[in-house]
Structure formats: structure tokens, C-alpha cells
Design a protein around this ligand. Structure first.
Ligand SMILES: [Zn+2]
Length: 66
């Protein structure tokens, strides 16, 4: 099945909201979706999402250490 209609999927793992809860993020005038498992990736290792999220390679990781 081809994605002709835009179904929200996690920007990291492509899982839809029928499988995982998705958190919506406003970004670049569009909506980005990410699942709870990958929210920490976006926070701490955004570069890992390069190619999946536009500009991810330029995002700064949170630099706090706990
Ligand atoms: Zn995910």
C-alpha cells in the first residue's frame, strides 16, 4: 500500500498511532510526530535522525548530564 494519504508516523521508526502513542511537534511549519521511545533520541541524539527529520544534523543535543 502506498502512502497517498499522510498518516502520522513516528519520525524515527515509522510506527503509526495505531501501534504507539505519537507526540506531535510543530516544526518548520509542519507537524512532526515522534513516539515516546524516540523522544529521548530527539532530545539527546538528534543527529541520529538525520535523513528522517530535515535539519536534524544541525540540531544541538541537550547538553545536560544527569
Ligand atoms: Zn519511534
Amino acid at each position: 500500500m502506498t502512502a497517498t494519504t499522510k498518516v502520522p508516523v513516528c519520525a524515527a521508526c515509522d510506527r503509526p498511532q495505531t501501534e504507539v502513542p505519537l507526540i506531535s511537534l510543530a516544526y518548520l511549519n509542519t507537524t512532526l510526530w515522534i513516539c515516546p521511545q524516540h523522544l529521548p533520541v530527539l532530545i539527546h541524539n538528534p543527529q541520529m535522525l538525520t535523513g528522517r527529520i530535515p535539519g536534524a544534523e544541525n540540531m544541538k543535543a541537550a547538553d545536560h548530564q544527569d
